[in-house]
Design a protein. Structure first.
Length: 239
């Protein structure tokens, strides 16, 4: 490995963390490292969100002690379970406490959507959207219109085994049903979505944001790694 450029701390909220490290190192330039702690979640319930929320705070403390240059708190549904304003206040407080940028999965997706200029959005999730648990829709801001949703109908225990073709097929279905969509966002970084970005952007002329892509982009940019990366969408090429 070349000289260290950045150490990105990420608390992975998942049943198992399998695909995220592989895709992280596939995307980032040499010298960028992933510091990873996995916080297991077995169901999308408020009790588990509360437990993971508290564990995430302890993980942030560990990343700071281990020398992370940026800390990203994973689990977008968990991030927003106390409300968006509470999350923004928490991230600001932790940034001040640790002296390094602290962000979250949901904030990364929100900033990615803002960067590409998303207005008419379609969301795709691995599971059926719920009142709590729809991480993609939870990242939309005022001025962004949700035009349609798709899901892979998978359980948490199955996310890592969803075939890569599923994300691409769902994206094509939604874009054909809702041709006014200008941006697709795939929620959750624990299923195979990365390979759908370039084909869909080229085929339909839209922006494609995935949770994993946004998390890696956020970590790189907040740690001043500003390389433009080809092959993973307009977000990495232009912003």
């Amino acid at each position: 490995m070349s000289e260290l450029r950045a150490r990105i701390g990420y608390s992975s909220v998942a049943f198992v963390t399998e695909l995220l490290p592989r895709y992280f190192y596939q995307i980032v330039p040499d010298g960028v490292l992933l510091s990873l702690l996995t916080l297991q979640i077995t169901d999308h319930t408020q009790d588990q969100f509360e437990s993971i929320y508290d564990q995430g705070l302890r993980a942030a403390d560990s990343f700071s002690s281990a020398g992370a240059d940026v800390i990203i708190m994973g689990g977008a549904p968990t991030n927003i379970s106390h409300g968006k304003q509470c999350l923004e206040n928490l991230l600001a407080d932790l940034t001040q406490k640790y002296g390094v940028p602290v962000s979250s999965s949901s904030m990364a997706q929100k900033r990615a959507l803002r960067a590409v200029g998303a207005r008419k959005v379609g969301t795709i999730n691995p599971a059926v959207p719920r009142k709590i648990g729809d991480s993609a829709s939870g990242s939309l801001e005022d001025g962004m219109q949700l035009l349609g949703r798709k899901h892979a109908n998978a359980r948490l225990q199955e996310y890592n085994r969803i075939p890569p073709s599923t994300a691409l097929e769902l994206g094509r279905e939604l874009l054909r049903e809702q041709p006014d969509i200008d941006t697709l966002i795939y929620g959750c970084p624990h299923w195979a979505t990365i390979g759908s970005i370039e084909p869909l952007e080229q085929e339909f002329g839209v922006n494609v944001v995935t949770a994993l892509q946004a998390i890696i982009w956020e970590g790189m940019r907040l740690s001043n790694v500003n390389d433009k990366v080809k092959g993973y969408g307009r977000l990495f090429r232009e912003f």
